[in-house]
Design a protein around this ligand. Structure first.
Ligand SMILES: Cc1cc2nc3c(=O)[nH]c(=O)nc-3n(C[C@H](O)[C@H](O)[C@H](O)COP(=O)(O)O)c2cc1C
Length: 214
């Protein structure tokens, strides 16, 4: 079967470590799979709106009807406001279910994921969904370091959140995280002594993302 990659980016800036890392993954993935199909969505440049009250009504109806098959969600969409909400969800959900690999390029913002990514997650997530069999790759960047054993390891609510979210809501544990750490060493004079560690983390992340993409 043809491989299908959905590539998301969430950084607010163009010159971005997570964008560069996810783009490298996509390039290597495409070169290794000339027949592969590819979809791209820039969640920062083309933001997904926040969910609305009508969205919550659809979600409750899906839960109440015990629907687990995403293709049947539309059967509970009835009111005009729900149709408006569904028009936002439907293309997002269709391309998510279509993909066999989902690549998420994301920064850490305030120890968590950017609002642009959270908005997308809120729109596409319904009760008791299963995307088991889909592979997720997170190409991340953060200003500090959150490696196991580092003082702020427990503050990594970006990586830990995504791991828990994907397992808990999408039933997916095939997740690879590749992070560029200590990017703030390039801009914060107080982190100048961490520049070498950042450069090592960047080189390791680039090598790892290529291995994962192949
Ligand atoms: C709004 C905002 C919040 C941030 N919060 C954190 C944070 O909590 N921890 C951290 O290590 N870096 C933080 N950073 C730094 C970014 O994670 C860092 O610049 C990263 O490289 C951004 O990803 P990008 O290069 O893909 O844009 C923050 C940056 C911004 C703009």
């Amino acid at each position: 079967m043809t491989s299908r990659l959905l590539h998301l980016d969430a950084s607010a800036r163009r010159s971005s470590f997570s964008r560069n890392l996810s783009a490298r993954f996509a390039d290597v993935w495409k070169a290794a799979r000339p027949e592969g199909e590819y979809r791209y969505r820039d969640l920062a440049a083309d933001p997904v709106p926040h969910i609305t009250e009508a969205w919550t009504e659809i979600c409750d109806a899906v839960l109440g009807a015990g629907i687990t098959d995403t293709e049947s969600y539309s059967s509970v969409v009835t009111t005009p406001a729900q149709h408006v909400a569904w028009a936002v969800v439907e293309p997002l959900l269709t391309e998510l279910v279509w993909a066999d690999t989902v690549l998420i390029g994301t920064p850490m913002y305030n120890f968590s994921v950017p609002a642009s990514l959270k908005s997308w997650l809120d729109q596409v997530t319904f009760p008791r969904m299963s995307l088991r069999g889909t592979r997720f790759v997170v190409a991340g960047a953060r200003g500090g370091t959150y490696l196991p054993g580092s003082p702020r390891a427990s503050f990594d609510h970006e990586g830990n959140y995504l791991r828990d979210f994907l397992a808990g809501h999408f039933d997916v544990d095939d997740v690879v995280f590749v992070h560029v750490e200590l990017t703030n060493a390039l801009v914060d004079p107080r982190l100048a002594d961490r520049l070498g560690a950042h450069e090592a983390a960047l080189a390791a992340a680039r090598q790892r993302i290529e291995e994962v993409a192949k």
